[in-house]
Design a protein around this ligand. Structure first.
Ligand SMILES: Nc1ncnc2c1ncn2[C@@H]1O[C@H](COP(=O)(O)OP(=O)(O)OP(=O)(O)O)[C@@H](O)[C@H]1O
Length: 724
């Protein structure tokens, strides 16, 4: 076959159904498209005026008038923009997918900037046929001596174009709605759609209903404008009354002043705000304006906590305001909305490609004219560029928060409880955000003070306690057990020592493990941040911490477990340990394992027998506080694993994969424990063992119903024995 070159052609019969049915997901969008065309026409006229190519009358006021007419089943859009000549209609309307915007920008490319023209693809006008059987165009071009043009098309591939009688510069588009779409002749429906898509378009948009009775309003005569249509002049004389004075004499006083008013035809009110707050320079905006804007756009009458005004010209154009809403109760679900605009035209809510997922919890508006939108203008096209926008937004939010922490710590602390869920979720979802926020995350400590990680890691009183705990662990592993985390602990069963062969077998004791691990590569020394998940339940541990001048932070929300795991993954030099994950050196007396060996073996055997559990993990230490008899410790990793399983309801998973990791730590310095050690055959020894175990459990987690019943019965038995 001989080679051939040519241009592809489209048959309008085939492309028309595609536009009508598939191009735009929502029918509503035709309103946005026709209003955008009106805005573009006005922008173009404005540019020609600036360039001196046309001269607009002094009283020219750009506007788009939308009129519903339920009787005639029509909807019209009138703009006083550039208008079209017959040739232009032929070129831009009769040729599908040929945009006049590109032509206009090419023609005036040295004299005008590209911004503000919305149209791009040359398809939007045809969206009118999604709802109309017949569409008419009446247009008069702004060119001198232009004649009006009338165009009509019934949705097929034929159109009729004639000279028209339209006598005002601009364009009128009339839609004869099809029977299925008569809702678009309803004023309220059209208002709703305009408010959704066009609330911030750059030209004033008015809506009225054809043949509706005139509405009036009464104003002070001094407020009268030239454009007002006065229906009636109202004069009211001042009113006086006679009043008695203190001395009994009478006087006449004015009770209402004279009024001079005008009854006028109700002034039309535009449906949109042509100067949205995000487009202003941040330094020109007041707090009240930010709050009003929030209320108006999000219909949320709770005040936002604070906001971030994004304003950038390079490397891309992006403006917007992000609000951090106030969370009233922990049960309230946090539902954010980020409205995305393109040149003040609404695109869609919560477009996940542009807005980092965690910021979807906020409320805000983003306007990015550079967005690579697809034809329907409801979705995006290009991922690489969009990713950069998303990164930028994330960076700005981190900058604002860290700035607030550095320069306005008092307010940052006040906001913390409300903003913490966003930040923690953000840290989980976005590593870069996590790294940027790392030093500006606040932790409330057991004294109720807020601390950042750098505060916690260098805090003098803790670092003292830490030094004693961790230096011992580094230099003297002979007398204390050493957990995997490099922190000296007693009773931390991180070595899996809750198995039956623990405690009574000194070879299996943790220090033996430390020895066997000697040759293993040493993990870098980590600082430990201790935390509490339930201040009431863990109060015994908290008291011991406080007594030793040690600090711990409160992490009591569901997200915290995953959050601290993420922080640990991103920071090699510290780790989080729950306050009951083991005993630190500073809480115990320096007694050698050799000295504790006998007590350890005897008490382990006694408690295992009494509790009927030969796998019970028992450890012995001499606490500095001899009033504490017993404690339960839980190995951190396994506890977190179990928490995760509970949280995510990992149904079907075998709980024995992560068996109980608790160790009962007995204080040989306590009188009762010492008594049991010395008198294992004492009367009621079994009850005492049970009781000591339950008391340790109670300070850690609730007893099961059966355990609670047994605990109460046993307590009564012990009291009765005492009473006798
Ligand atoms: N109200 C109007 N006033 C003047 N010209 C108009 C008007 N409506 C449409 N046009 C012309 O017709 C062209 C085609 O319009 P259409 O809405 O189909 O596409 P577009 O606005 O250029 O691009 P998009 O598909 O992205 O909206 C426009 O570019 C413009 O030149």
């Amino acid at each position: 076959m001989s080679s051939k070159q040519g241009s592809l052609s489209i048959t309008s019969e085939n492309i028309f159904p595609v536009i009508k049915k598939w191009l735009y997901e929502d029918h509503d969008i035709f309103i946005r498209e026709l209003i955008s065309n009106g805005c573009d026409a006005i922008s173009k006229l404005h540019k020609l005026d600036i360039m001196g190519e046309v001269s607009l009358p002094l009283d020219y006021k750009a506007k788009i008038q939308v009129t519903v007419n339920p009787e005639d089943k029509t909807l019209t859009f009138v703009d006083n923009g550039i208008g079209m000549t017959a040739e232009e209609v032929d070129k831009y309307i009769n040729q599908i997918a040929f945009s006049g915007a590109t032509d206009f920008l090419n023609k005036y490319k040295d004299k005008t900037s590209e911004d503000q023209i919305i149209g791009h693809f040359g398809l939007g006008f045809y969206s009118a046929f999604m709802v109309a059987d017949t569409v008419e165009i009446d247009s008069l071009s702004c060119q001198e001596g232009a004649t009006a043009v009338h165009w009509v098309c019934d949705g097929g591939t034929q159109y009729q174009m004639d000279e028209g009688d339209y006598d005002q510069v601009g364009t009128k588009i009339t839609l004869h709605l099809n029977e299925d779409c008569l809702e678009f002749s309803n004023e309220y429906k059209v208002r709703e759609v305009i408010e959704k898509y066009c609330s911030f378009m750059p030209t004033e948009i008015y809506l009225n209903k054809a043949n509706a009775p005139e509405e009036y309003e009464t104003i002070d005569a001094s407020d009268l404008r030239e454009t007002d249509q006065v229906v009636e002049e109202i004069h009211e004389d001042a009113r006086y009354e006679e009043k008695e004075k203190e001395d009994g004499s009478k006087e006449t006083v004015e009770v209402s002043p004279a009024k001079d008013q005008r009854k006028i035809v109700k002034r039309p009110v535009p449906l949109n705000d042509i100067n949205p707050l995000w487009a202003k320079t941040p330094s020109d905006c007041t707090d009240d304006e930010y709050r009003d804007f929030y209320r108006k756009v999000f219909m949320d009458y709770k005040e936002p906590l604070f906001w971030i005004h994004l304003n950038m010209d390079y490397p891309f154009n992006l403006k917007g305001i992000l609000y951090f809403p106030r969370i009233n109760s922990e049960y309230e679900s946090i539902e954010g909305t980020i409205k995305l605009y393109n040149n003040q035209v609404f695109v869609a809510d919560n477009i996940k490609e542009v807005i980092p997922e965690y910021l979807m919890l906020l409320k805000g508006v983003i306007d990015c004219p550079d967005l690579p939108l697809n034809v329907s203008r409801s979705a995006l096209q290009n991922d690489g560029f969009v990713r950069k926008i998303s990164d930028y937004i994330s960076k700005k939010v981190a900058d604002k928060l860290s700035g607030l922490c550095k320069t306005d710590r008092e307010n940052y602390e006040k906001y913390w409880e409300d903003i913490a869920p966003f930040i923690k979720y953000g840290c989980l979802k976005d590593n870069k955000f996590c790294d940027r926020m790392n030093d500006y995350i606040l932790f409330k400590d057991i004294e109720g003070k807020f601390r950042t990680l750098p505060d916690l890691l260098v805090k003098p009183k803790e670092s003292e306690a830490e030094t004693s705990a961790s230096s011992d662990s580094a230099e003297d592993t002979s007398s204390e057990s050493k957990s995997q985390d490099g922190q000296d602990t007693k009773g931390d069963s991180s070595d899996g020592s809750n198995d039956s062969d623990r405690s009574d077998d000194s070879d299996k004791r943790p220090e033996a493990k430390a020895e066997t691990e000697e040759n293993a590569p040493k993990e870098p020394e980590k600082k430990t941040v201790y935390y509490v998940t339930d201040e009431q339940q863990q109060s015994q541990y908290i008291n011991m911490f406080k007594d030793q001048g040690m600090d711990a932070v409160v992490l009591n929300t569901t997200i915290d477990s995953s959050f601290i795991t993420q922080l640990e993954q991103r920071n090699e030099h510290y780790q989080f340990r729950r306050i009951d994950s083991g005993l630190t050196d500073s809480m115990t007396e320096d007694v050698s394992d050799e000295d504790l060996k006998e007590a350890n073996e005897a008490l382990t055997a006694l408690f295992r027998k009494a509790l009927g559990n030969d796998k019970l993990s028992v450890s012995v230490a001499k606490f500095k506080d001899d009033s504490v008899s017993s404690l339960l410790t839980q190995e951190e990793e396994r506890r977190r694993m179990q928490d995760m399983m509970k949280m995510y309801g990992m149904a079907g998973m075998d709980p024995s994969m992560f068996p109980s990791n608790e160790t009962l730590v007995l204080n040989v310095g306590n009188e009762l424990v010492d008594y049991l050690f010395k008198h294992p055959d004492a009367d009621r020894a079994e009850d005492f063992c049970h009781q000591l175990y339950d008391l340790a459990v109670l300070a850690n987690h609730p007893l099961s119903p059966e355990e609670m019943t047994a605990f109460i019965a046993r307590s009564n038995r012990i009291m009765l024995a005492l009473a006798k």
